[in-house]
Design a protein around this ligand. Structure first.
Ligand code: GLN
Length: 534
């Protein structure tokens, strides 16, 4: 197995995760088997306890691991199947080392960052090396070179490369080449300094990927090459994409990144076949139809908070040859102004997942507007819960119906905690997490969309549809279109006599890929396209 390590310099948010994922796409298209993993230097054991304002979306894997959103890029851009072993945080490393210390495993030694923390990190790499079925394992190191908390990870990968045969490991550094308006030129100094920092630690990157708003000219590349000790052909640019992130693999291919990597690692692989990927990007860039979709949420100022939802929507829309005009609607604004002025003219309403009471009545009002005006609706997790509350209140006559998450005293808790699901104070990894099976009702919209009667989907929630109210709601016309057979948990609801009103307790967005849109998003996008044409 060969190892590629991707570090980042100068600033955060350079899109290292996307770059790692795009490299994965290219190497897979060359017939290589690729694995992707991420090291996160923060001390949280996982990002599950972090607010979307801090961290953006929490990406959930099949096995229920709550991980960094970059793992979402990895799964969308490649055929990787990731597990909790593919996201290692400093918190997990320390947790493990301290557990061993308490057990007495270190036999009286002083426990230190070097070698104990670094050894633990190397153990994970070795473990992946032995168990991951791939030719190349790409590991992204979160954070920015120079961060104190990132040092043990950089030290560990330095040692790891030394312990492996030459040519076994490859270091790629993603850096920033800013354009300074006043000087009218691109500046290479931040890159020089960031590489100097890496070399101080003992890592000499072999490839530099320069993130830039403008083309990086030959002179600048030459300068970076000589100051950073990297051959000029291995100094490549990654400009900001114009239309979609799915252009990134094509751009990096034009810069010959995959060729450089294959060559540096001494691999033999045919040229990349990117025809299908090019077609897909083409459809995304110039779609035939357009549809206006409102996403009703509350973390709207944080672009990454609904990452997978937005990607899944774009995948589905491109499958329908439709461009999405996405309107982010603040649920609290609906509470102030009512749904009409904010949702009028929309071809689809999407209510994604969420936690906490703020904006909840706005989301309920959005579900009502979509139901009454027959606008296609897709509810995800909390988006299903609000649809159930809305239906209970307005159609089934349970005027005070609510979720016990928001009103613990409600007489009609249509959404509630199941016995045994109480938190007992602990917040980390205590939700219903990961993949569960779901049986679809014959003849339902969901069954038609999936063209299957048994599915598996990923979950991340604490509250559930309350079966005590099921009969009343069904009698009033709510269709239960999917249940988890063990425990008879309601996973999908829909409203008949509506062009598309489907809501699920799980998170379908985590399984959508650009070339294989998720059936529920596809159904929603199709209904929105039809709505837009009428
Ligand atoms: N807050 C709700 C619950 O815990 C919904 C969670 C979500 O949307 N992910 O059940």
């Amino acid at each position: 197995m060969k190892y590629i390590f991707i570090t980042g310099g100068v600033i955060s948010s350079l899109g290292k995760g996307l770059t790692a994922a795009a490299l994965g796409t290219l190497l897979e298209r060359r017939g290589l088997k690729v694995g992707l993993m991420k090291f996160d230097p923060y001390l949280n054991v996982d990002p599950g306890t972090m607010s979307p304002y801090q961290h953006g979306e929490v990406y959930v894997l099949e096995d229920g691991a709550e991980t960094d959103l970059d793992l979402g890029h990895y799964e969308r851009f490649t055929s990787c199947r990731l597990t909790r072993r593919h996201n290692l945080t400093a918190g997990q490393v320390y947790e493990e080392v301290l557990r061993k210390e308490r057990r007495g495993d270190y036999l009286g030694k002083t426990v230190q960052v070097i070698p104990h923390i670094t050894d633990e990190i190397k153990n994970r790499l070795r473990h992946m090396g032995q168990h991951e079925d791939c030719d190349i394992l790409i590991t992204e190191i979160g954070g920015t070179t120079g961060d104190i908390e990132g040092l043990p990870f950089l030290e560990a990968i330095r040692q790891f490369s030394l312990e492996n045969a030459p040519g076994q490991c490859l270091f790629i550094h993603v850096t920033l080449v800013p354009f300074i308006k006043a000087a009218g030129e691109l500046k290479s100094k931040p890159t020089q300094q960031s590489v100097a920092k890496l070399r101080e630690i003992g890592i000499q990157p072999q490839i530099l990927i320069c993130r830039s708003e403008y083309p990086v000219d030959h002179e600048t590349r030459q300068k970076i090459s000589s100051f950073c000790n990297v051959p000029v052909e291995a100094v490549i640019e990654e400009q900001d994409v114009k239309h979609t992130i799915y252009e990134v693999p094509l751009m990096l291919h034009r810069e010959r990144l995959d060729e450089l990597v294959v060559h540096a690692l001494g691999l033999k692989a045919p040229q990349a076949d990117l025809k299908e990927w090019e077609k897909l990007v083409g459809r995304m860039i110039s779609p035939k139809y357009r549809a206006k979709i409102a996403m009703v949420g509350k973390y709207l100022g944080v672009p990454d908070a609904y990452k997978s939802v937005m990607e899944a929507l774009f995948h589905a829309a491109s499958g329908e040859d439709t461009g999405i005009d996405l309107v982010k609607v603040d649920a609290e604004e609906i509470e102030k102004q009512g749904a009409e002025p904010l949702l009028r003219g929309m071809d689809g309403v999407l209510v994604p997942g969420g936690f906490g009471e703020r904006g909840i009545e706005g989301k309920i009002a959005a579900a009502r507007y979509a139901r009454e005006k027959k606008i296609p609706y897709l509810g995800l997790c909390l988006g299903m819960q609000v649809a159930v509350i809305e239906f209970a209140r307005d159609v089934a006559g349970l005027k005070k119906a609510h979720s016990s998450e928001f009103d613990s005293q409600t007489k009609d808790p249509v959404i509630t905690l199941l016995p045994g699901q109480e938190m007992n104070g602990a917040k980390g990894a205590t939700m219903r997490l990961g993949s569960y099976s779901c049986r679809l009702a014959a003849g339902s919209m969901a069954e038609k969309a999936y063209a299957q009667s048994e599915i598996r989907e990923r979950h991340r929630h604490r509250y559930e549809f309350n079966n005590a109210h099921r009969a009343v709601l069904e009698k009033a016309g709510l269709r239960i279109s999917g249940v988890h057979p063990q425990g008879d948990l309601v996973e999908l609801i829909e409203i008949p006599d509506h062009p598309w009103f489907v809501a699920c307790q799980f998170h379908p967005e985590f399984r959508s890929k650009p070339d294989v849109p998720h059936p529920l998003f596809r159904g929603f996008a199709q209904a929105a396209r039809v709505h837009a044409q009428n």
